[in-house]
Write a protein that binds this ligand. Structure first.
Ligand code: ADE
Length: 225
């Protein structure tokens, strides 16, 4: 079973995300265990503070190394981690091939930053991989960790009902997914493409491939280079 530990100073942001739908079922079926940790529980003082001013000045508080180190070490004493991931806008941009690789791992740790970030020594001493979910800045790493964990968990074999459905996702073959239709076949005169009702499997596959290619050329030509 895969295990994902998420370290956050606002753990309640993450609780409900993992308590619903596919992510909930994946945990109930023992495909994955997601454990959320409150960095504040590892504070080294009675006020439970975990951040302080930046040396050298400048705006913004910095998450201190001590509570984070204590939390990481407590977890490392229990099991070995394949990756300790820090979610940060200056990390490597998240893409499907990276997600595919991570879905094959056993134990992952994800560290969510806040304020102006974490003390650089956390990154130097503990973090093995830094990931950004896109070129924009969020107020914390929690949403980024949720995005990454979701993308990983849905790839674990058995998590999706129809195992082929992850294979036909957008990006899995560098193509965007084709359009899909369901009932009614005619909505106020807007009809579903004939071919999808023909029952001709090979022709339908060919149509889907052409549509994928067309969409990719129009919307994401960079994927075809
Ligand atoms: N934390 C803040 N912004 C982020 C981003 N774009 N990706 C990952 N972590 C972040």
């Amino acid at each position: 079973m895969m295990r994902i530990d998420i370290l956050s100073c606002v753990p309640s942001l993450l609780d409900s995300f993992f308590a619903h739908s596919i992510l909930k079922r994946a945990q109930q079926a023992n495909h994955v265990e997601v454990v959320i940790h409150d960095i504040r529980d590892y504070s080294v003082n009675k006020h439970r503070t975990i951040d302080d001013y930046a040396f050298g000045g400048g705006a913004g508080m910095v998450l201190q190394i001590e509570p984070i180190a204590r939390c990481i070490r407590a977890l490392q004493a229990e099991r070995e981690y394949d990756e300790i991931i820090y979610l940060t806008p200056d990390g490597e941009q998240m893409r499907q091939p990276m997600v595919n690789q991570l879905s094959l791992k056993g134990n992952l740790m994800m560290l969510c930053g806040h304020y102006k970030g974490v003390d650089q020594r956390v990154r130097d001493l503990f973090v093995t991989k830094e990931i950004s979910i896109g070129d924009y800045v969020l107020s914390g790493g929690e949403l980024a960790a949720a995005v990454l964990a979701d993308a990983i968990i849905r790839l674990i074999p058995g998590v999706l009902n129809d195992e082929t459905s992850a294979l036909t996702d957008s990006f899995q073959d560098n193509l965007l997914a084709p359009p899909v239709y369901s009932r009614p076949a005619d909505f106020e005169g807007h009809k579903v493409p004939e071919i999808l009702m023909s029952g001709h499997e090979a022709k339908i596959e060919e149509w889907r491939y052409e549509q994928s290619l067309k969409r990719t050329k129009e919307r994401r030509p960079d994927l075809l280079q």
